[in-house]
Design a protein around this ligand. Sequence first.
Ligand code: NAD
Ligand code: CXR
Length: 260
Amino acid sequence: GHKGTTGNIKQVFEGRCWDYDVTRYIPDLPRVTASCEELWKLFFKAFSYQPPCAVALENYQPYLRSATQIVPRDKVLFWSGVFSLAHEYGNYGRRYVTLEDTLIGYLANSITWCGQSIDPGYNVTRCPAWDDCPLEAAESFWAGASMTFAQGAKGEVLLMLDGSNPDKAAYRRNSFFGKFELPNLSKEVTKVSVIVSHALDKPKIDVCGAGSLDLLETDVTERGFSYVCHDDPLAVLHLLCADDPSSRECKLAIKHIRGD
Ligand code: NAD
Ligand code: CXR
């Protein structure tokens, strides 16, 4: 069991929606024409007045159709296991655009919701955990959102992965990326460019050209896309170093280089 539907969810959803239009303008992302009120109605209709585990992927389609924005060519960023780092590197839509930078992901990120058959149609005290429902029901919103996001991608796409998790391989066929994004990339995608990031001063468990990254290369090239993979490019390493400048891997030879 888990906490229930986020308090004031309608106000949070509609408020975020208005705010997105005013303060979250992302270069070259088309605006959504549906009003915030219409979007809330479509979103709420997908799950409300239904048992919490009975929500099929199709239920969210009317909402997803109304809220989809097509991301400019070469700007889509997917991620697995590196939520914060990916959004920092993408600079919240200014350098690359993640699902959470689009309206669909922005409105739903970090909120909880689930339906119930009786009034008010959603459960305020308890929503099932992922494992309490059949996988499809728990996944249905983010699965649909991820599929829609992948279907709209064009050109070269970027994927950021965690190469330092001892419990999870960097690339997994059963992650959201593996199950709903990679299989739904359109023919307009040319290349999948992968960044494998490693926690500072920790063992590098998964690296380009081995293990799960080999499997990824196979899955990407079999679909007809070209593939490139980089471990810890400096632009990403330096972001990690901003949070931990004294770690061994961040000791730049600054004195030596700049002189004194
Ligand atoms: P991931 O393993 O980092 O999972 C992302 C999040 O999904 C997790 O933090 C968790 O909140 C949830 N999640 C996934 N599987 C779960 C499970 N079995 N049990 C409980 N919670 C689970 O990476 P991923 O699975 O590849 O998903 C990330 C990709 O899919 C991104 O590219 C993004 O576009 C999309 N996505 C985003 C969200 C989100 O919360 N913003 C959720 C799902 C998918
Ligand atoms: O715990 P952190 O993320 O380092 O979180 C850093 C900040 C948070 O304060 C929050 O503002 O990043 C934001 N954030 C979310 N909004 C969010 N929503 C869902 C971070 N993570 C979020 N999640 C999920 O929680 C992500 O899918 C991610 C997990 C924690 O990610 P991480 O440890 O990188 O998989």
